[in-house]
Design a protein around this ligand. Sequence first.
Ligand SMILES: [Zn+2]
Length: 186
Amino acid sequence: MPSPIAHFSLIIFFRPNVRHGGGWTGWRRATFVLGIVFALMAPDIDVLFGLLAGECVGMFHNGFTHSLFCAIIFAAIFAIVGRMLWPLAWVTIFRYAMCAYCSHVIMDALVWNSRGVQMFWPLTGVRVVSPIPIFLGVRHSVGAPVWVHLVTAGTELLFAVAVWLVCRMVRDRSRACSAGAANGEN
Ligand SMILES: [Zn+2]
């Protein structure tokens, strides 16, 4: 799997939505950000299963919690709780949760030489892995040397920068379109 650097870098895509809640109190913004952070990493709750079973943390990793089915269940619960916290429509919160959760599942499938994720559980337990990897991934379980972890961290920092640049480009383009439309109206 990619490290949290890559997973958390996507939170920037949710930033406009935090800004959109300009009238929110501090705790609302804080809980929203924490909620999205949680949703971005939620599939990895399966590492606890290994600990609870007295096995290694990777025993049940990338299993059924990394499925689209679990994403829907998670997003529904997330939306019910989120509706009590934030002045957003249920379907909007559901969409945020789905995007965050599914981004994690897809990114885990994009790791080089990984065992893949059970993306389509319970229809099939087959593990899905992309033939075109993007991430080197974290390799604790194989006892990789330190330099491999450094390469992983370095490439994922580059990924985070690329995400930031794309987000900024989209935002600037959107602002330019809005300004153009406003000028056209005048
Ligand atoms: Zn994962």
